[in-house]
Design a protein around this ligand. Structure first.
Ligand SMILES: [Zn+2]
Ligand SMILES: [Zn+2]
Length: 587
């Protein structure tokens, strides 16, 4: 099926989903005579397949297609490989009027090579396999949605109908997955971000740029203060550097050569100079390093910044706050001696782990991304690579962490540890990385004066410990379903007077809490208190302090938390409890 040149895998779940994609194509060709099938690979949690039909498919088409697929399963059509001489393969797909398949045959196979095709019953596709033996071996699947997609992802090509589906080994697994999706839908950060007034998107700022509303700005500020304080305590030095530089700077660093497709177009300055919005902070931190002569006594030098970065992501790939064109990265570059490398990597992993643990992010794994020794895209010597890969693996082992190997996943200039986090939609993303780099110090000719007076080259560690503010806060919105822990909640307490008469005491309560730096509002509206409680709960405010005559007289508050727990306590006690909860960043 599928992208004829796609990676193949014999992972059973991959094979199942890949086979289900054939099943889908078989059903579509039965239902729509003349359908052209282009291809489509398994993707995370499912698969897709692209078709060209006399009309685009819509959501309403899914049910009949799904039914037809079930019939083919009941029929038990077999998957059968047939190896064809090239001219015969061309003839078969010409006969079937399948230009997309002919494209792959002509591109991938040479004339004297056998072309691998697969039958599913009477449906013929171009594929290397492997598949399940028969359609009857596909126990549970569901078509999810239809989207438009250009052939080969190029907008100049015809638009095809892309059908997404998911497949599992049992009905229970399928049900479980659909339940997770429904739950994730409720937590969707775009929806909650709008309802809770955390962020907005307005195309007048250019697509993919986030407007942080007061609530979102509060969450972000709290996180940034915490991050910066923690990093300072761990020996980092925070800097602020420009969001752009001359294009030549990114040419020297190699970013332009490697990443210009995802960089903003340069801005022409008055004297013919070209300025470029930075895609990464590394070159700027190198300039900070170079701002004075460094000695071994300065090392390790840990330069940190929550720096804005700009990437020209394709507009079709932008998504809420998860995929954006400008983002603030918690970034640091550590310049150290080779002997210091081990402890610096350990320290970077520990910091990332501390941030994740505090936030309650537990669904993550480590991947050690190393180079593919057969590939030419990597720069540096074998010895540099071996040392760097060993340093990263040793650090993970010293911390007792297990990891898997991502061969070929390294950056072109060095290996890295990736923190792979899974979100509420069960999608995995790389949140943090710790990367060892000998190339940039080389390219910039960085030096330090060693103890013996000689000039030596430092090693550089690129390190993220929190990720990008946009992506991480999007993740946290979904992770907490909008109910941020008290220390991060935009509003921490809603003071609710029972009637107008209790507004003065309510104001006193708010004033007392505000003095303790609690973010508190009084709901003074002439509404029933029941309604005020319901609204505060909708806004996910952690605490409500309900006050009436009895409370005013006794100097107490009726406290109600988000879980519905209630207690009456002296105002001072409540203030103290709250302050401690916030200071300790309890969840
Ligand atoms: Zn296949
Ligand atoms: Zn960097």
């Amino acid at each position: 099926m599928a992208e004829y040149d796609a990676e193949v895998s014999d992972d059973p779940l991959y094979v199942l989903r890949h086979s289900t994609a054939h099943l889908l194509a078989a059903a579509v060709t039965e239902l729509f005579p003349g359908a052209r099938y282009a291809g489509g690979p398994p993707v995370e949690n499912g698969f897709y397949y692209d078709f060209e039909l006399s009309r685009p498919l819509s959501q309403d088409d899914l049910e009949p297609i799904q039914k037809r697929m079930a019939q083919i399963v009941a029929r038990g059509d077999r998957f059968r490989q047939e190896l064809l001489p090239h001219p015969e393969a061309v003839r078969r797909f010409e006969e079937r009027d399948q230009p997309y398949k002919l494209y792959w045959i002509n591109r991938k196979a040479s004339d004297d090579e056998l072309v691998s095709t697969y039958w599913t019953g009477d449906f013929l596709d171009l594929c290397r396999g492997p598949h399940v033996a028969s359609a009857a071996d596909i126990p549970a699947f569901k078509l999810m949605r239809v989207a438009g997609a250009y052939w080969l992802g190029d907008e100049r090509n015809p638009q095809l109908s892309r059908v997404y589906g998911t497949a599992w080994f049992s009905e229970e697994e399928l049900e479980d997955y659909l339940r997770t999706l429904a739950e994730a839908e409720k937590r969707d950060h775009k929806r909650l971000g709008r309802e809770l007034r955390i962020f907005a998107l307005d195309e007048r700022t250019g697509v993919g740029n986030v407007l942080w509303l007061p609530n979102g700005a509060t969450i972000r500020r709290e996180l940034e203060r915490w991050i910066v304080d923690e990093e300072l305590a761990r020996g980092y030095q925070h800097v602020v550097t420009p969001v752009f530089g001359k294009l030549d700077l990114y040419k020297q660093s190699g970013h332009w050569e490697r990443y210009h497709d995802t960089m903003y177009p340069p801005m022409e300055a008055e004297n013919g100079e070209e300025l470029e919005l930075r895609p990464m902070n590394c070159p700027h931190h190198i300039l900070v390093y170079e701002s004075e002569l460094r000695s071994y006594r300065d090392l390790p030098l840990r330069i940190a910044e929550i720096g804005n970065n700009y990437r020209w992501e394709k507009s079709g790939e932008l998504m809420g706050m998860i995929r954006v064109r400008s983002f603030a990265l918690n970034d640091a570059h550590i310049f150290c001696t080779p002997e210091q490398l081990h402890s610096e990597i350990v320290g970077a992993i520990e910091l990332a782990r501390y941030f994740m643990d505090t936030l309650g992010v537990t669904d993550y794994r480590y991947r050690l991304s190393v180079r593919d020794p057969d590939h030419a895209k990597y720069v540096g010597t074998d010895e540099q690579w071996a040392n760097a890969e060993r340093a990263l693996a040793d650090a993970l082992e010293a911390l007792g962490e297990t990891f898997e190997l991502g061969v070929g996943e390294a950056a072109f200039y060095g290996p890295k540890i990736d923190f792979q986090v899974r979100d509420a939609h069960r999608r995995e993303f790389t949140n943090n990385t710790v990367q060892v780099d000998s190339q940039l110090p080389e390219r910039f000719g960085l030096e330090y004066v060693a103890a013996d007076g000689s000039r030596q080259r430092p090693v550089m560690v690129h390190r993220g410990a929190f990720g990008a503010m946009e992506r991480m806060i999007a993740y946290l919105i979904e992770h907490y379903a909008g109910a941020f822990p008290t220390w991060l909640a935009p509003q921490q307490v809603a003071v609710l007077p029972i009637t107008d008469a209790h507004v003065p005491y309510a104001s006193q309560v708010a004033e007392r809490l505000r003095r303790a730096r609690v973010r508190v509002e009084v709901d003074e509206r002439a509404e029933r208190v029941g309604k005020k409680i319901a609204e505060a709960r909708n806004r996910r405010v952690p605490y409500m302090a309900i006050v009436g005559g009895r409370e005013a007289e006794a100097g107490t508050v009726q406290v109600r938390d988000r879980a519905g727990e209630q207690s009456t306590e002296p105002l001072e006690e409540f203030a103290a409890r709250l302050t401690a909860e916030i200071a300790e960043r309890r969840r």
